[in-house]
Design a protein around this ligand. Structure first.
Ligand code: ASP
Length: 325
């Protein structure tokens, strides 16, 4: 059997080369159509069992994975740490080994500790997909952001993308940064010094501490939520002050030299990092991100379970899937 083109696991976008990222985005492009059908299902993963193991609350990511799995005809089980044996003190690996004893094929894991998906992937033979680990990475979010930017602007290479807000606590910022740099975008971070990791310039990322400068520079703003649950101290004076200085407001965008594409990974805090008029405005692609999330996750699940092996071309992949659809 040929090696799956993405390998066994998807743990992050760091180190994933441009060809593989494009392969995922191209496959996602052809999976979009499945969600537009009246019967939203293809038999691609029929007979596969996927466990969604969530150690943190999540609405859209868990539901998005679940929709992707169901639309590919996989059998899925959701496990949330609350109310499960995890509360009784079971370790991550014991939980996973018990699941494997029930003969599963894949684990989609969200965990508050950075590195937990890698720890798991090194210890179980099932495929592991990182659905967000601590402050480390959220690769499928990064991929859906890339797809949404590509949809809006035609290509990612050469575009100026600024990620705004709480960078230091954000796994979304990290996955975006790796994916965008690999595809040849120019990347900037904008936020208060207390929420900015140090040394990012060395990775080729520009840093702005004034939102006005970021708006003047960028083609795309990806606006992040303030991650209060990951903060250990007072990083900002108050929410009102943050909005006054860094809020992405309609007035600020009106002064931009070009129309900006506005992304937000959700959940949004309206009136904290983003003005409702921007979130619901004509340049917002926030709901397209949500729609694209399902297609991207379908593509990742398909490729990890052996679809699109290195020997096949992408047309062939799309063609063979459509035949069985
Ligand atoms: N949903 C994203 C995450 O899990 C972003 C956020 O929570 O603000 O990281």
């Amino acid at each position: 059997m040929t090696e799956p083109v993405l390998g066994k696991d998807l743990l992050g976008l760091e180190g994933l080369d441009a060809d593989r990222i494009r392969l995922i985005l191209d496959n996602a492009e052809s999976f979009k159509e499945v969600s537009e059908r009246s019967i939203k299902k293809v038999p691609t993963l029929r007979g596969k069992t996927i466990v969604n193991l969530f150690y943190e609350p999540s609405t859209r990511t868990r539901i998005s994975f679940e929709f992707a799995e169901k639309r590919l005809s996989a059998d899925t089980v959701n496990i949330a740490s609350a109310g499960s044996s995890v509360e009784k003190g079971e370790t991550l690996v014991d939980t996973a080994r018990n699941l494997e004893a029930m003969r599963i094929d894949m684990v989609v894991v969200r965990h508050p500790s950075s590195g937990a998906p890698k720890f798991l992937a090194d210890r179980i033979p099932s495929n592991v997909v990182n659905a967000g680990d601590g402050r480390h990475e959220h690769p499928t979010q990064g991929l859906l952001d890339l797809l949404t930017i590509r949809d809006a602007l035609g290509e990612v290479a050469g575009r100026r993308v600024c990620i705004v807000g709480d960078i230091v606590h954000s796994r979304v910022a990290r996955s975006n940064m790796w994916g965008l740099l690999t595809l040849g975008a120019e990347v900037a971070f904008c936020g208060p010094r207390t929420l900015m990791p140090s040394g990012v310039e060395a990775l080729g990322v520009q840093v702005f501490h004034r939102i006005e400068e970021a708006i003047e520079w960028a083609d795309v703003l990806n606006v992040l939520r303030l991650q209060f649950e990951r903060m250990e101290a007072g990083f900002i004076p108050s929410l009102g002050e943050y909005y006054r200085v860094f809020g992405v407001t309609a007035e600020r965008l009106e002064r931009a030299p070009r129309d900006l594409v506005i992304l937000h990974p959700g959940p949004m805090n309206r009136g904290v990092e983003i003005d409702s008029r921007v979130a619901d405005g004509p340049h917002s692609v926030i709901l397209q991100q949500v729609t694209n999330g399902i297609a991207v996750r379908m593509a990742v699940l398909y490729l990890l379970t052996g679809g699109g092996s290195a020997a096949g071309g992408s047309t062939q992949r799309t063609g063979s899937r459509r035949e069985t659809a």
